[in-house]
Design a protein around this ligand. Structure first.
Ligand code: NAD
Length: 483
């Protein structure tokens, strides 16, 4: 059987200079969230490690940007092939460190490979322009150039896919990347860096650093070679990153939290909607910034929907990600388990009805049962605080205007959903939701070919789509008159 990096006892350290080597910083443990066993003890990146990676990034970027677009295209395509060739092993590593099921981990590897393919193709489409000359014989040209080293920060919920969504367009633009993944989930991003190196990305053009996150991130953002900062994670840390980037006058993309509403219209197919909602809610154990959470349900179908949704959620088999038959894995860390328990306690104390779940599974590992709370009162903390765990909330509404107003009554605006048979009605509701992306009658709101980003405190800038490459590019205008 194919073993994970942890089972093989593979070296897991810092990826600097084209290979993994031990860091020189403070050691810390990587934990299996399903068992709480220590998977590995690794040393974090020291100041010297960060400085070495940044110096290597400058040199690596010179080499990388000097390749022709056709050469960079082929390297990025080969990166996708390398990821696919190692998908079983990388998925197992990812499942063990993050908690998600093997099927989810395999889908994440495939999505990451697709991301490299998409941005490989974009390399061939980066064009500048020639402007009509103001004076006879003059040349006025605009060229697109890599903006500098990309400082990339990614969270633990999709450690591979979210890293690919930053690194692939940055490399496509000709930038080098210094990637800092979350400390919980370093195995998959390190494997990605190995795949890129094997595909031909020059040493230094990709490094992976982790350990003391606040120190490492401050050092990365302040470095002169760094031209752009891109962060996915919590709103709280996003504010810190944005402040640090502003101080250093670096442009910044922020993908932060969400608290997705679902407007269930009265013409909905209740059974189909409940089935889809279970898959949407339990995906990655609810630890998704677009996870459907606040279900506003038309009163005539409210009881039927709550009953069907609760019954189906209660039937989901939870267990260790790598165990056969698990349909939902563990939460990624103890912080999420504590948050889940506290949000349920607060909501039920204020009068919410617990339909299913609400408690931890077993007493070892961070497994939490899929949970449905109905009739959630307006003052429950969970209605404002992103649960980031498998908790769904159901509330009845009497008019679509009321549902839309309540759906929009949060500080974040990332994703939203509408469920209903009538095409025009569902579209009209979707357009009134103050969010960056909406799915109707399904829960897939993010694809590499479409822009992905949030409004309000969900951040600014966007990822994915052809345009994402431009985040990593500067423009140079040259006005040339004959001497
Ligand atoms: P947290 O907000 O404390 O974040 C911890 C993570 O941030 C660690 O991975 C660490 O490496 C990194 N970090 C800490 N200080 C940093 C700094 N100064 N610069 C850069 N990175 C730094 O806690 P958490 O438990 O990981 O997340 C809490 C909440 O974050 C979740 O409940 C969820 O709402 C949100 N979240 C969102 C996403 C997303 O995809 N948008 C992903 C993960 C978490």
């Amino acid at each position: 059987m194919i073993q994970s990096a942890y089972e093989r006892g593979a070296q897991l350290g810092q990826f600097i200079g084209g290979a993994i080597r031990d860091g020189r910083g403070v050691p810390y443990d990587v934990i299996d969230p399903a068992t709480e066993a220590v998977l590995a003890t690794v040393r974090g990146a020291s100041e010297a490690d960060v400085a070495e990676a940044l110096a290597g990034a400058e040199a690596g970027m010179r080499e990388w940007r000097a390749l022709s677009p056709q050469q960079r295209y082929r390297v990025l395509l080969r990166s996708a092939e390398e990821l696919r060739a190692r998908s079983a092993e990388i998925a197992r590593t990812l499942s063990m460190e993050q908690g998600k099921t093997l099927a989810e981990a395999l889908a994440e590897v495939e999505g990451s490979a697709e991301t490299f393919e998409f941005f490989a193709a974009e390399v061939l489409r980066i064009n500048g322009s020639i402007l009509p000359a103001r004076t006879a014989g003059a040349w006025q040209t605009v060229t697109m150039r890599p903006i500098g080293v990309a400082a990339c920060f990614t969270p633990w919920n999709f450690p591979l896919l979210l890293s690919a969504r930053k690194v692939a367009p940055a490399l496509a633009a000709g930038c080098a990347c210094v990637l800092k993944p979350a400390e919980e989930t370093i195995g998959a991003p390190l494997a990605m860096a190995e795949c890129l190196a094997a595909a031909g990305v020059p040493a230094g053009a990709i490094s992976v650093l982790h350990g003391d996150a606040p120190r490492i991130s401050a050092e990365m953002i302040a470095a002169r070679a760094v031209g752009v900062v891109t962060f996915t994670g919590s709103t709280g840390i996003g504010r810190i990153v944005a402040r640090t980037a502003a101080e250093a006058l670096k442009p910044c993309v922020l993908e932060l939290g969400g608290h997705a509403p679902v407007v269930v219209l009265d013409d909905v197919d209740v059974e189909a909607a409940a089935t889809a909602a279970v898959l949407g809610k339990t995906r990655n154990a609810g630890q998704v910034c677009t996870s459907p959470t606040r279900f506003f349900v038309a009163r005539p179908v409210y009881n039927d929907f709550v009953e069907a949704f609760g019954a189906k959620l209660g039937a989901v088999r939870i267990g260790r990600g790598i165990a056969e038959g698990s349909q939902m894995g563990a939460l990624a860390n103890a912080r999420r388990l504590a948050a889940a328990e506290s949000l349920v306690e607060d909501a039920t104390a204020r009068g919410a009805r617990l339909v299913t779940g609400g408690t931890r599974e077993g007493n070892q590992g961070f497994l939490f049962r899929p949970t449905l709370l109905a009739d959630v009162p307006a003052d429950a903390r969970v209605l404002q605080e992103e649960p980031f765990c498998p908790i769904a909330l159901a509330m009845p509404y009497d008019s679509v205007d009321e549902a839309v107003a309540r759906a929009n009554a949060v500080d974040v605006g990332l994703a939203g959903y509408v469920m209903g048979r009538d095409f025009a009605r569902a579209q009209a509701v979707a357009q009134r939701l103050e969010v960056g992306q909406v799915a109707i009658n399904n829960f897939a709101v993010s694809h590499v070919e479409a822009p992905f980003g949030g409004l309000k405190e969900s951040g600014y800038g966007f990822e994915c789509s052809s345009e994402a490459v431009r985040t990593f590019m500067s423009r140079q205008y040259i006005h040339h008159v004959a001497a």
